[in-house]
Design a protein. Structure first.
Length: 602
């Protein structure tokens, strides 16, 4: 007998042998036990997860001569023929090769006859999505009302390509990717059966590379069994399959996170020298960084990562050394460069440049750390002795506040000598003397009599010099009407929709601490009159104009105001009757749908 590859040799022949599809197996067995088997079944899923295998096991269960409720015996003639692939009443059709309407018509003609040897005729169409539209349409009627002796079983890897009219006539079974632990157990049993010793690390690499596909994993095992003989380790996988050990990714990720670009480039050179595919290598690194990110953010990463428990422990140990910001920075850089590595004609150079960028980002200090350092530096600096410069809460204008209520005098009072001063003699003007305009007696008119001295007076000391306390400096208020456009820009930075609404204002006016915003159309001011929006607008106004303001939003003429407020409406009407406007309307054949002017403050 010729050699059978592992994928055929270990193909499951009973429901209990199917790997990783317990839910679907349970449904099928219960349907057989309760005699509720649908006449058309559709199995969907990725390659190598058991779609065709389940269809064949189901065919054996339906035609088994010694069926034990829901389990085929696998020994009768019917089971043996199906297992060997030469059953007359089992029609296995490749949808990619027999996809036309003629093949479907031939099949329908054959289905009209009763089975030759078994109870049922069973049709299995693999890759059913490859059938043409005409073939699907020809199959609709037969699929909806098949003969009682016929069962249809379809398999597809691309469920979205199957017409809805076909899907609605079938009972669908979606097969999932096989979990890593299930693959490890299955491959370990095969290794024991084949008499091959394989290390746990090598087995895990093969199972991860299988990516949930049993058949892909068996193909990898086939290659490695042929190379390694009776003993296989991780180095064998590197030489034969070009697969990378998880320890390499661990060292590489640690180098990038620590900012050690040189070590990362050295590891890359070693992997490149072993003949590893750079695109696959970069994707493996990306998967490892994803595992670090999940271990850093999730309490139970096993639900999201399809890796072994030992690998989870290693990931958690590495992720615990770095912040989530550092890990996400490295992940984003590698994620953005994986496609470029795959497209590049020089993938190694592209990957080296990617590592240089990632290494620079690995040593970045997180924002929280920078803020903490800044706070500690500010706390260590001495504070000013006289005045403290603070930042206002709203607009960032500096204010100088006195450190105490009053500053003690800096200069002392001038001390006066205690010795008595000589009396100051004031001239006495006799009656009749002329005094000039300057208040000085005319010398010609002065007599020879001496002046009478005035009583002695002690000179009063000058008052001590004092410094006025430093007063709080408040920023000057800003005029409202003149700075209205700037205020709209201030609001636009915070609420764009509110700035757009304010641009429709007809007039703004400030009076008695109240900012009145008037609109021509009442509908234009409804949203601003909302309590929450009005409160927010008031905060913006007080913040910008640096004064206490109460904002009031109203429509022109809504409060019975004087005729002056109706002037904008009259101006609009006058503009619509303007000769130039009328000429443009007549020339273009249009009409004036609305007139809008800017605020009067402009």
């Amino acid at each position: 007998m010729s050699y059978l590859v592992l994928a055929r040799k270990y193909r499951p022949q009973k429901f209990q042998d199917v790997v990783g599809q317990q839910a679907v197996v349970r449904i099928l067995r219960n349907a057989l036990r309760r005699k509720r088997v649908a006449h058309a079944m559709l199995f969907s899923g990725v390659r190598g997860v058991g779609k065709t295998t389940l269809a064949r096991i189901m065919a054996k269960a339906l035609n088994c001569h010694h069926q034990d409720e829901d389990v085929p015996c696998d020994h009768c003639s019917s089971c043996a023929e199906i297992k060997a692939g030469n059953a007359i009443d089992l029609h296995e059709i490749d949808g990619a090769s027999n996809r036309g309407i003629n093949e479907i018509r031939e099949l329908q003609e054959n289905l009209r006859f009763l089975p030759t040897n078994e109870r049922y005729k069973i049709v299995v169409i693999d890759e059913v999505h490859m059938l043409t539209v005409e073939a699907f349409n020809a199959l609709l009627k037969t699929l909806e009302e098949p003969p009682p002796h016929v069962f249809f079983m379809f398999a597809t890897t691309e469920l979205h390509k199957v017409p809805v009219t076909i899907l609605s006539r079938c009972q669908r079974y979606e097969l999932r990717r096989v979990a890593l632990n299930d693959l490890l157990d299955f491959f370990a049993r095969i290794a024991v059966s084949e008499g091959v010793k394989i290390t746990d690390g090598a087995m895990e690499i093969i199972a991860r590379e299988a990516d949930g596909s049993v058949r892909d994993g068996l193909s990898l095992l086939e290659q490695i069994f042929s190379f390694g003989g009776e003993s296989i380790c991780e180095d064998d996988l590197t030489q034969v399959l070009g697969l990378v050990d998880g320890r390499v990714f661990n060292r590489l990720a640690a180098s990038l996170l620590a900012g050690d670009t040189g070590q990362a480039l050295t590891l890359l050179a070693e992997c490149y020298g072993h003949g590893m595919n750079m695109k696959r290598f970069s994707f493996g690194l990306l998967q490892y960084l994803r595992g670090l990110m999940i271990c850093k953010t999730c309490r139970n990463p096993t639900e999201l990562l399809d890796v072994s428990d030992d690998e989870i422990t290693v990931l958690q140990a590495l992720a615990g050394k770095y912040s989530i910001e550092t890990i996400t920075n490295i992940f984003n850089i590698v994620f953005g460069g994986v496609d470029e590595v795959g497209r590049s004609s020089y993938p190694r150079m592209a990957l080296e440049m990617l590592f240089v960028k990632a290494g620079q980002a690995g040593g970045v200090v997180p924002l929280a750390g920078l803020l903490g350092r800044l706070d500690s530096m500010l706390a260590a600096e001495p504070r000013p002795a006289v005045a403290e410069i603070t930042q206002t809460e709203n607009n960032g204008v500096p204010q100088i506040k006195a450190e105490s209520e009053a500053v003690p005098p800096v200069a002392e009072a001038v001390k006066i000598d205690s010795a008595p001063l000589e009396p100051v003699q004031e001239p006495v003007v006799a009656a009749g003397e002329d005094i000039d305009s300057g208040g000085v007696a005319n010398p010609a008119a002065q007599g020879s009599e001496p002046a009478v001295p005035s009583p002695e007076r002690e000179a009063a000391p000058p008052p001590p010099e004092q410094l006025e306390p430093v007063r709080e400096i408040s920023p000057p208020s800003i005029p409202v009407e003149r700075n209205w456009p700037e205020f709209i820009g201030h609001v636009k930075e915070r609420k764009r929709w509110m700035a757009s609404a304010l641009q429709l204002a007809e007039k703004v006016d400030e009076r008695a601490g109240e900012l009145v915003i008037k609109f021509d159309d009442p509908a234009e001011c409804l949203i601003l009159q909302d309590v929450d929006n009005l409160k927010l607008l008031t905060e913006f106004a007080q913040d910008f104009f640096q004064k206490e303001l109460m904002v009031k939003v109203t429509a022109v003429g809504s409060n019975g105001e004087d005729d002056e407020l109706d002037k904008p409406m009259e101006e609009r009407r006058a503009l619509t009757r303007d000769p130039v406007v009328e000429m443009v309307v007549d020339t273009l054949g249009g009409e004036v749908s609305g007139v809008r002017t800017g605020p009067r403050s402009r």
